[in-house]
Write a protein that binds this ligand. Structure first.
Ligand SMILES: N[C@@H](CCC(=O)N[C@@H](CS)C(=O)NCC(=O)O)C(=O)O
Length: 215
């Protein structure tokens, strides 16, 4: 199994957590998103993943893009330990929390969106940071409230064990800290993330611990 990744990519970070959580080994193939205009734009990578985004997973002759599709695939080929609860209704709630990050926060704050704001739209760095922080605040406000309803122990977004929603939370929190977002309004999310970051599967997946990490 091969994972095309970049140490700071939060979507790749999600997949690294899921791989570690399930004890699945994957060879990491770094694609630098900034160097030389971004290695993800080069022909060799586009031939593998026409979307030109990381992560992508290569397994049994197939290339799978999209972190959520990859994680659901890992869940299906290695069901234990599970990242989704057994009951359909519970799984739906966990997925809704995960998607609030993957579909509603992350795409608005992705590198190419920020670059487009800076370049073609001529926005200055402070305006771009403001954009980033705005969408984090919008997304985290709702997620904090969802967590109040669904966390059983203040250490997990849903119930009292690790789920897909937690796998999405930690990388988004990492990014929010990088962009200097005010996290004080989300004490539950901050507490949950801090607990999760101490778990081995999450700690080993953090950007600074990756082979392609830069300071
Ligand atoms: N929805 C995709 C998002 C993938 C994505 O946007 N990856 C980012 C890194 S986190 C990327 O490759 N960005 C390159 C760019 O914006 O140019 C997923 O969940 O895998």
């Amino acid at each position: 199994m091969k994972l095309y990744t970049y140490f700071r990519s939060s979507a790749a970070y999600r997949v690294r957590i899921a791989l570690n959580f399930k004890g699945i080994a994957a060879v990491q193939i770094p694609k630098h998103l900034v160097r030389e205009g971004g290695e993800h734009h080069l022909e060799d990578y586009l031939a593998l993943n026409p979307q030109g985004l990381v992560p992508a997973l290569e397994h049994e002759g197939r290339i799978i893009g999209q972190s959520l599709a990859i994680i659901e695939y890992l869940e299906e080929i290695r069901p234990e330990p599970p990242l989704l609860p057994a009951a359909a209704g519970e799984r739906a709630v966990v997925r809704s929390m995960a998607m609030s990050i993957a579909c509603d926060i992350h795409p608005l704050n992705n590198l190419r969106v920020l670059e487009y704001l800076k370049g073609p739209l001529g926005q200055d760095p402070d305006a771009v940071k403001g954009w980033y922080r705005h969408w984090i605040a919008e997304g985290f406000r709702g997620l904090e409230e969802m967590a109040q309803r669904s966390s059983a122990d203040g250490r997990h977004l849903y119930g009292g064990s690790v789920t897909l929603a937690d796998v999405l939370l930690v990388p988004q929190m990492y990014n929010a800290r990088r962009f200097g977002c005010d996290l004080a309004p989300y004490p539950l999310l901050a507490g949950i993330s801090s607990h999760l970051e101490s778990l081995p599967a999450f700690a080993a997946a953090r950007p600074e611990a990756q082979p392609d990490a830069e300071s």
